[in-house]
Design a protein around this ligand. Structure first.
Ligand SMILES: [Zn+2]
Length: 260
């Protein structure tokens, strides 16, 4: 169904490993939860993290009653106030679609930078089992991000999850060149616009000038967001910054980062 087996919000460090080696095996018991909703949390995703993620999705969608139920299944809301219509449509398509999405806490995994989606496979040979994907969320990475407040509101675990879901539902691709957001982030930017937030101007992060001009042990990288300012329509730029040594997902070829 999908032309590419996996997509990664940032990290490409797993690219060299074989697909068979990174297929995630899922217990068939999770199918029971996914009968209620196609988006379900793995047991290791703590209740506090589920609530944190639900809170971010509530802000983005305007659904004040969106939540994860006791079984960890995502329950959509009703009667939205504000928020993004496109985000609600995307979540609805996933929750009511034919593909299971399992959410996993990857906060202790060094090879995940922010978020990542991988194909899943049911452990037992369950009849009628639907295709499955695992979205890994590194909550700790998002806690290591600093920057301008509007950009931080446009870059959190909720937006990261929506990015991965857009890959699954729309088969969208990430950018391959510096300085552009790519097809997937273009979809997510439409949602940010509906929320009155700045849009991500680039898919790839670049090295911060601070890192290039100093001997700091930290490797600071940055990501740009832009928003048109009324009435002049002039674009205002906002940045988020993090230490790539803590988060991972460093672009292998440093020269690429320096080009900007
Ligand atoms: Zn992506």
């Amino acid at each position: 169904m999908l032309s590419r087996p996996r997509w990664i919000f940032f990290s490409r460090t797993l690219r060299a490993s074989g697909l068979a080696a990174i297929l995630l095996l899922l217990p068939a018991a999770l199918l029971a939860e996914t009968n209620a909703s196609n988006v379900v949390c793995r047991a290791g995703l703590a209740v506090e993290r589920r609530e944190e993620l639900a809170g971010k999705l509530r802000k983005i969608t305007g659904w004040s009653d969106l939540k994860f139920d006791r079984s960890g299944a995502l329950r959509l809301g009703a009667n939205p106030i504000g928020g993004s219509r496109r985000a609600r449509e995307l979540l609805s398509r996933v929750v009511m679609g034919g593909t299971a999405v399992v959410l996993e806490d990857a906060s202790k995994l060094a090879d995940v930078a922010f978020c990542q989606v991988l194909p899943g496979k049911w452990k037992e040979n369950v009849p009628d089992s639907r295709p499955a994907f695992v979205v890994r969320i590194d909550f700790a990475d998002f806690e290591n991000v600093i920057g301008d407040a509007p950009a931080l509101r446009a870059f959190d675990a909720g937006w990261g999850l929506l990015h991965e879901l857009d890959h699954i539902v729309n088969n969208s691709l990430d950018a391959t060149c510096l300085g552009e957001p790519g097809e997937c982030e273009a979809h997510i930017n439409e949602m940010r616009r509906e929320c009155g937030l700045p849009q991500r101007a680039e898919y790839f992060h670049t090295y911060s000038p601070l890192t290039l001009d100093s001997h700091f042990i930290t490797r600071l990288v940055q990501l740009s967001f832009e928003q048109k300012e009324p009435p002049s329509k002039k674009k205002k730029r906002y940045l988020v910054v993090w230490d790539a040594n803590l988060v991972g997902g460093v672009i292998e070829d440093k020269k690429i980062a320096v080009l900007r």
